[in-house]
Design a protein around this ligand. Structure first.
Ligand code: NAD
Length: 304
């Protein structure tokens, strides 16, 4: 299958690298030229799960370097860049191209649909974790299930085929026709952990080791839970308990929002706590704690 990974940082490199290693025709697209140059010179240096090795995979720093339509585009830019990235790659998206987003937060599939139409979009979540070490060098830090679903419409043989290809590449993937609950389950974890760790400048575990931060986590997640209830979304876990469990299980990790703030990069706040605030406004549910989290992160971003 001809696959383009749009945004080949930590997660894009893991997915693209593993797919290339398992005989798929992959091209990594990333505007970070140093990273792409290192991949083209030495191969993609992947370590962690699966071992330390160099994978032979092609990279380009602009989608303009690709002339033909591909079968699948996997979108792995951070959420604020979804729209510009997909617009910049629209010439490789033909009428038979599937577009898959496993990004965190809410609203990415909707943004993509405005550009490509909704019928070929696959939406999902992944419990894999990855970290960028240096240009061309990524750690596959955690493995877990990926669940994908059609964004609009029914499960097709093409989605099943994509799940099979991912699974064969070492990324176990399930197809579901009801991914909304899973997306919100994952969102809850990000709502409770990301902004707080970024503002407090602490690793995930700190939040559950200290009473005040634990309360803040709880308040933010309970607000989001009210929105789920109002929307009739079934969560798989008690969201507060789940969020705390994840904070404990990843105690030494620094969240992606912490890392974005540390590197003075625009964060995914609008798609995580900001999405909760927006949904709350539409439903008339107050979300004051999430609103404060959004403003604190924006205040940090404005100081870059
Ligand atoms: P990342 O910052 O490591 O990678 C994103 C890459 O996109 C960067 O290398 C950047 O240069 C590139 N980019 C930006 N604009 C672009 C454009 N217009 N065209 C092409 N490339 C562009 O981010 P990540 O950690 O890989 O996360 C990607 C998504 O996956 C996010 O939504 C994140 O929340 C989600 N996610 C991450 C993890 C994780 O463990 N890292 C786990 C699950 C989900």
């Amino acid at each position: 299958m001809k696959i383009a990974v749009l945004g080949s940082g930590a997660m894009g490199s893991v997915f693209g690298g593993l797919l290339a290693e398992h005989s798929q025709d992959v091209v990594l697209i990333d505007t970070w030229k140093e990273h792409i140059d290192a991949i083209n010179k030495n191969g993609l240096h992947l370590e962690g799960i699966g071992g330390d090795r160099f994978i032979n995979v092609k990279g380009v720093s602009s989608a303009d370097e690709i002339k033909d339509h591909v079968d699948l585009v996997i979108v792995f830019v951070k959420s604020p860049f979804t729209e510009s990235a997909v617009k910049g790659a629209s010439h490789i998206i033909g009428e038979n191209t599937m577009i898959m987003t496993l990004q965190n937060g809410l609203g990415n599939a909707e943004k993509i649909a405005e550009i490509t139409g909704s019928s070929r979009i696959i939406v999902g979540i992944t419990n894999n974790g990855a970290t960028l070490i240096e240009p061309g060098h990524v750690r596959h830090a955690g493995s877990g299930e990926t669940v994908i679903s059609p964004f609009d419409g029914e499960v097709s043989h093409r989605i099943n085929e994509i799940a099979q290809i991912l699974t064969e590449a070492g990324l176990p993937t399930k197809v579901s026709d009801e991914v909304v609950g899973l997306v919100w389950d994952k969102l809850m974890v990000n709502v409770g952990i990301n902004a707080l760790t970024a503002v407090l400048k602490v690793p995930n575990g700190y939040l559950v080791e200290h009473g005040s931060s634990e309360k803040l986590l709880e308040y933010a997640v309970r607000e989001a839970e009210k929105i789920c209830k109002a929307k009739g979304i079934q969560l798989k876990h008690d969201p507060v308990q789940h969020c705390k469990d994840v904070a404990r299980a990843t105690a030494a990790n620094y969240s992606s929002m912490y890392q974005d703030v540390a590197k003075k990069r625009i964060t995914e706040i609008d798609y995580i706590n900001g999405a909760v605030v927006n949904e709350g406004r539409k439903l008339g549910i107050p979300t004051p704690v999430n609103e404060v989290f959004v403003l604190l992160i924006k205040a940090l971003e404005e100081g870059y």
